[in-house]
Design a protein around this ligand. Structure first.
Ligand SMILES: Cc1cc2nc3c(=O)[nH]c(=O)nc-3n(C[C@H](O)[C@H](O)[C@H](O)COP(=O)(O)O)c2cc1C
Length: 511
């Protein structure tokens, strides 16, 4: 039975043993899911997006003004902000579309589904959300929201909708082969974070979950689970006042399998290759394991020693509203976000780094109830290069205490650029945000499902770096391509631990 550690280590990149097989351009998967036999419903036009500061929408003290239900215009906006088409480039004879969430290799393995309790505008049902034509394809009729009210989510609440994010393995495996499970999960974390923030910006209360019964949810969505699987979901609450909460759990409807024609729609290309390692690690994670004790703190399990450095809330480093570099508002930030690689050697200000660390800590706090304390499986590190007011070195964030610790001093940003498959432009980025875990610790506490938690959380937090940097007029770029054991050695991690994701940030050349 594979574990987080065996899968991660067996899909490591090694400088002396890289697979140089050329990509099969004829067989490139389509990044959109289409149901040829179904008629989609079109989402309404979006007149304007939500206002609100990024730090407000992401803040841990954010309060929603949720009324009864979402309206269709909210659904249109939420889906657009989550994974809409926000950029275009000409590739050969056709247009290629970029999205509001980044994706390794721009392969976009994730799909979104809406499970809807019903309103006067849209009857209850299960819908596939088409990001490319802003549509909903009805897959089932009826209220299946209670399916998500089982197990750990059987709380007294009144969800009106559930957004489910899935992953289609071959879309990423076409390029990344066995290693692709990493990217499908990291990308899913980015989409989930975009979804979560859009729901909050719409003024709704929501709850993220990665703990659910895989076969039940895959069956509900009509997925062929050898190709496509549900990864996480977000419940959206309506009026959550005490009097409106149902006293007894709503009845769970019988969920019949959907027709084969729907299940086949997850096919990504004519000649798909099945990577058994991916199916095996996903299946190994089907059990939801509850840790016996309070989850261990990953900061103490990486094999690093560190000394206290400083609070990330130092008042002298706050970003005043009058600052000409004050951050862009939330929606504008999401709509203009892109991966930027044209870094210039110009220092970042320390308060800009602190602003991004605050966003990461907010994500940590907002997700702290998810999947039995799974936020404690991921640590955020920082490689500081060119930052005004902070010595170069390796730092570790304690997201719970909102405090920064120092591991060592010295500029290793250039070395890290070599570790990242010699993507040398990374040497010019002032900061590398690092997402670190102890693979044995997550196996021990959450079983192989812990791997999903660590990788999706890295996506959530990496997204905070993208949005924070974009809002400050800086560039950001996610990096999944790295020589894994070189990264471990450079950072001084123990053998059980790994750098699972890196997001670089810094000033970039203006276009
Ligand atoms: C998980 C992940 C890993 C990535 N790895 C790399 C990488 O190693 N090198 C790189 O140049 N870009 C990397 N990217 C950036 C993607 O190439 C980029 O998101 C994609 O081309 C879409 O462009 P956009 O982000 O500008 O919308 C990564 C993005 C993600 C989300």
């Amino acid at each position: 039975m594979p574990t987080s550690r065996t899968y991660h280590q067996s899909t490591s990149y090694d400088r002396n043993n890289m697979d140089r097989t050329v990509l099969d351009g004829q067989n490139q998967p389509m990044p959109y899911k289409i149901y040829p036999e179904m008629t989609p419903l079109h989402l309404p036009e979006i007149k304007d997006f939500y206002s609100g500061a990024l730090s407000h929408v992401t803040g841990s003290d954010y309060t929603s003004s949720a009324q009864n239900s979402l309206i269709m215009e909210d659904i249109a906006k939420i889906l657009y902000l989550a994974n809409g088409l926000t950029g275009k480039s000409r590739q050969g004879a056709s247009d290629f579309y970029f999205r509001s969430a980044p994706s390794a290799g721009a392969l976009y393995p994730n799909e979104i589904y809406l499970v809807w309790s019903g309103s006067s505008e849209l009857p209850s049902g299960v819908f596939h959300c088409g990001v490319f034509n802003r549509s909903l394809t009805p897959l089932r009729e009826g209220n299946f929201v209670p399916v998500f009210q089982t197990g750990q989510d059987a709380i007294k609440s009144n969800p009106v909708a559930v957004f489910v994010v899935s992953g289609i393995f071959f879309r990423s495996a076409w390029k990344y082969r066995r290693r692709a499970y990493r990217y499908v999960l990291l990308d899913a974390g980015h989409v989930m974070e975009n979804l979560r923030l859009a729901i909050r910006a719409a003024g709704k209360t929501c709850r993220v979950s990665y703990a659910f019964d895989d076969p039940d949810v895959n069956n509900l969505l009509g997925l062929d689970s050898e190709r496509e699987v549900a990864i996480g979901f977000i419940q959206v609450y309506g009026n959550t006042s005490e009097t409106d909460r149902p006293d007894h759990p709503q009845e769970i409807p019988v969920v019949e399998p959907l027709p084969e024609s729907i299940r086949r729609s997850g096919r990504a290309s004519d000649t798909e290759i099945r990577y058994q390692e991916i199916l095996d690690i996903h299946l190994a994670g089907k059990h939801i394991v509850t840790p016996d004790t309070t989850p261990e703190d990953v900061l103490t399990r990486l094999g690093l020693s560190y000394v206290p450095f400083k609070s990330i809330d130092s008042p002298d480093e706050a970003l005043p509203d009058t600052d000409p570099n004050s951050p862009l508002p939330y929606a504008k930030t999401v709509l203009i976000r892109r991966s930027r690689r044209n870094y210039i050697s110009h220092p970042i200000r320390v308060n800009q780094v602190m602003f991004i660390l605050n966003l990461i800590s907010n994500v940590w706090q907002n997700l702290s109830g998810v999947a039995h304390g799974a936020t404690s499986c991921l640590a955020t590190g920082l490689l500081i290069g060119d930052v005004d007011g902070m010595a170069p070195g390796f730092y570790l964030l304690d997201a719970e205490k909102r405090f920064l610790n120092r591991v060592f001093e010295g500029d290793v940003i250039q070395k890290m650029a070599h570790v990242c498959l010699d993507q040398l432009w990374l040497a010019n980025a002032g900061v590398h945000f690092l997402f670190l875990t102890n693979l044995d610790m997550i196996d021990r506490q959450w079983g192989a499902r812990g791997y999903r938690y660590a990788m999706t959380l890295a996506g959530h937090m990496g997204h905070a770096v993208y949005l924070g940097a974009t809002a400050l007029g800086l560039g950001a770029c996610g990096i999944g391509a790295l020589y894994d054991s070189e990264a471990r050695n450079l950072l001084g991690l123990n053998n059980e631990s790994a750098l699972v994701y890196l997001v670089a940030a810094g000033p970039v050349k203006r276009n």
